[in-house]
Design a protein around this ligand. Structure first.
Ligand code: AMP
Length: 279
């Protein structure tokens, strides 16, 4: 049975009891509307910890766009059924007032790694992420926390956070889970129209093609320019970014002299998709 807990006080008691019996606690922070990507994190947590908490909290502080927050899909009953099937011990689903009670006045803000890419297009987003993750680490007291590579920059930001603030949790990155056609799973995919859903997998395909050409020696900027043209041709809207960056510092990269990733964010109708791959 997965127990649903809504308050930090009740969660603290539960976790304290686990820890008294020497158990390692793993946490998977999510915003719900769970899919196989989230469940792969829950499975990794199950394998690498004694007790697993999945948190479901649609964090208003990390949404820079009010319409996106309002339209964000929510289905707690379905989420709970999926977590039951994975043998998750606790679903921690606090309300907004539990996380941000009256008088809440702290923001955790990280410089550097938060500035390009998502940071440039979603002002304040990573302040929200860093603040809520700090809170969730404090509330769950977990020893391990599982994050998806799907949000590559977020993974780097959370690593920076726990190092900088000496938060005693080990961050574990897990591979991106994709639909059979290559589209990275995302809670926002359910908002794609049928026509846009048919186009969406082209993103991964075009990125893979560009990565292959760069590996074959084509200059990165030429490969990326062709990829941008192919995406426009396929029917995507504005491209926020499609770039090559160093794997850890996310510094701009022009070639393969260091390990690099290709990262993209772009629009399909009113849905913003992000993806990234190793090059
Ligand atoms: P979200 O609910 O979108 O905030 O995501 C919660 C966690 O699940 C984050 O660590 C994401 O990186 C991870 N995640 C989301 N989609 C995927 C996916 N397709 N594969 C692996 N992890 C994912």
């Amino acid at each position: 049975m997965t127990q649903v807990i809504r308050t930090a006080a009740e969660l603290r008691e539960k976790v304290a009891a686990w820890k008294r019996s020497g158990m390692l606690v793993g946490v998977v922070p999510t915003m719900g509307a769970l899919h196989d990507g989230h469940l792969s994190l829950a499975r990794a947590a199950r394998e690498q910890s004694d007790r697993v908490i999945v948190t479901v909290f649609v964090n208003p502080m990390q949404f820079n766009n009010p319409a996106d927050l309002e339209k964000y899909p929510r289905d707690e009953a379905h989420d709970l059924a999926l977590l039951e099937a994975e043998g998750v011990d606790v679903l921690f689903a606090p309300g907004v007032d539990e996380v941000y009670p009256d008088g809440f006045a702290t923001t955790v803000s990280i410089t550097g790694i938060t500035e390009p890419l998502e940071g440039a297009f979603r002002p304040g987003h990573f302040d929200g992420v860093a603040t809520v993750c700090s809170k969730l680490f404090g509330m769950t007291q977990a020893g391990r926390a599982f994050f998806g590579e799907k949000d590559w920059q977020q993974l780097q930001v959370v690593q920076r956070l726990v190092r900088d603030l000496n938060i005693p949790v080990r961050i574990i990155g897990c591979p991106t889970i994709r639909e059979a056609d290559g589209l990275a799973m995302s809670s926002r995919n359910v908002r794609l129209s049928d026509a846009h859903r048919a186009i969406a997998p082209r993103l991964h395909e075009v990125m893979q093609g560009a990565a292959a050409r760069i590996r074959e020696g084509l200059p990165a900027e030429a490969a990326l320019n062709d990829a941008r043209a192919a995406l426009a041709e396929a029917g995507f809207g504005a491209i926020d970014y499609l770039e090559l960056r160093t794997v850890e510092g996310l510094r701009p990269a022009a070639d393969l002299s260091e390990p690099v990733r290709m990262l993209a964010a772009l629009w399909l109708g009113d849905v913003r998709l992000i993806d990234n791959i190793a090059v």
